[in-house]
Design a protein around this ligand. Structure first.
Ligand SMILES: *Cc1c(COP(=O)(O)O)cnc(C)c1O
Length: 232
């Protein structure tokens, strides 16, 4: 089994789950997280129909997006200030913004390359100390600070669920969806129109994220690892 077959099977499962939840399959983007594989595996996933890829390291983002510039490259990793100028030209969407000091730097880098950078605000819903993200209470002010920048546009929220605990994952996804609705209510009509994405769910828990309202799932191993799929 290759990434093309894995992707096709997963996309079909995702479509079926979406329909069973009363949702439109086309409203949910499957982002194939290619952080552990090289360009040929990405090309194989493209053969299966994948067009959105996620990377968590700037150098890999630059390398793979330069090799396959026709695909959509998402940055989902830890942001370091000194790498922002590398990330911005290559990322269609940055999922992992949560540090106040990075907002102005992303704005400046986006202005320098003549784009408006779409971002998601990463939220630490579960309150785990080891996790990045703004606290739920901080989200409205953080979103307002981003939207005050001419070259940054907040398109929604992202979270990572606690690993290995599906009940906690479900509660995390539902918590992010509630917060999303609350925050959307505080936005201007123009801001609310683009505030539409909920990035949540990975290989082990995406099937809980879709009923909770995910519009983007970030899936690595279930697309690219045959051992993961054999163990399921
Ligand atoms: C690696 C990673 C994923 C994908 O994880 P899998 O368990 O391999 O599906 C999703 N989101 C982020 C932020 C990641 O770093």
């Amino acid at each position: 089994m290759g990434a093309d077959t894995n992707y096709r099977a997963l996309r079909q499962e995702l479509d079926e789950l979406a329909v069973s939840c009363g949702r439109e399959p086309s409203d949910i983007v499957l982002i194939s997280v290619s952080k552990t594989v090289d360009v040929p595996a990405v090309e194989q996933a493209v053969l299966g129909g994948a067009h959105d890829f996620g990377e968590n390291r700037p150098e890999e983002l630059v390398k793979k997006s330069s090799a396959l510039p026709g695909e959509n490259w998402h940055f989902i990793g830890n942001i370091q200030s000194r790498r922002i100028a590398d990330i911005v030209p290559h990322a269609v969407l940055i999922h992992s913004l949560f540090k106040e000091s990075h907002i102005a730097k992303i704005d400046a880098a986006a202005r320098a390359c003549g784009k408006v950078q779409d971002v998601l605000v990463e939220v630490n819903v579960s309150g785990e100390e080891s996790k990045g993200g703004v606290t739920p209470a901080e989200v409205p002010a953080f979103v307002a600070r981003c939207n005050a920048c001419a070259n940054v546009r907040v398109c929604g929220l992202m979270t990572m669920a606690p690993a290995g605990d599906l009940d906690a994952a479900k509660a995390t996804f539902e918590g992010l969806a509630r917060l999303f609705t609350e925050v959307k209510g505080t936005l201007s009509a123009t801001e609310a129109a683009v505030f539409s994405e909920l990035s949540m769910g990975m290989s082990e828990d995406w099937h809980l994220a879709v009923p909770a309202g995910a519009t983007m799932v970030r899936i690595g191993r279930a697309v690219f690892s045959d051992t993961f799929n054999m163990e399921q």
